[in-house]
Design a binder for this molecule. Structure first.
Ligand code: VGL
Ligand code: ZN
Length: 199
């Protein structure tokens, strides 16, 4: 499948057990993702990459509790515990991930005033990350998504990819979810409605 791309979303220390925004079982997917890389002609990693003053951090909003929701100019935004700060250990890839195999690393969430769950567009659903152009100019049309977290960065990446016309499969067995107030079930419904294959 040399024209297929494996997209590995945010397999970073802060999303794994012991990290600032740990996803249960986040580390369990590392070895099987590594094993899957050999079957692909292209491997892309994404990295959540926030400045210290990022607006998605609860501690940058006086009195705000982590996991509460605020209205930003572009819509509702969950306020997260401080995570994946640029250059910090929490932002590094899980040490077991075979990051050397990646052809491309795309960083997202680096603008202070806007969060970016999707690997394609920031949370305004307009500002591009550049990943679409990269994939198209390499002739990669069929995408397999894995990583963290199913109901946020993986899910929104898959929805955007489908809307852009890519052929999209989410390997649910190689993803783990945050599951905040039913967010996993909600995302699964959206993915099915968008024609994303769930494997
Ligand atoms: C993510 C919340 C905040 C993710 C990133 O990778 O799913 N979730 N930043
Ligand atoms: Zn983030």
């Amino acid at each position: 499948m040399t024209q297929d791309a494996l997209i590995v979303i945010d397999v970073q220390n802060d999303f794994c057990p012991g990290g600032a925004l740990a996803v249960a079982g986040g580390d369990e997917i590392v070895a099987p993702i590594n094993a899957l890389m050999a079957a692909f002609g292209a491997v892309v990693l994404t990295q959540d990459w926030h400045p210290a003053d990022h607006s998605s951090f609860a501690d940058n909003h006086a009195g705000a509790a982590p996991f509460s929701v605020i209205d930003m100019a572009y819509g509702p935004q969950v306020l997260w515990p401080r995570h994946c700060v640029q250059g910090a250990k929490g932002a590094a890839f899980h040490p077991g991930l075979n990051a050397d195999r990646a052809d491309m690393v795309i960083r997202k969430g680096f603008r202070p005033q806007i969060d970016s769950y999707s690997a394609f567009f920031e949370n305004d659903h307009k500002t591009p990350t550049g990943l679409e152009g990269y994939l198209r100019s390499r002739g990669l049309h069929s995408l397999v998504l894995t990583g963290l977290a199913t109901d946020f960065c993986v899910g929104f990446s898959a929805l955007d990819a489908a809307a852009l016309g890519f052929d999209v499969t989410v390997r649910m067995d190689l993803c783990r979810a945050i599951d905040l107030n039913g967010s996993l079930a909600g995302m699964v419904e959206k993915l099915k409605a968008a024609g994303v294959a769930l494997a």
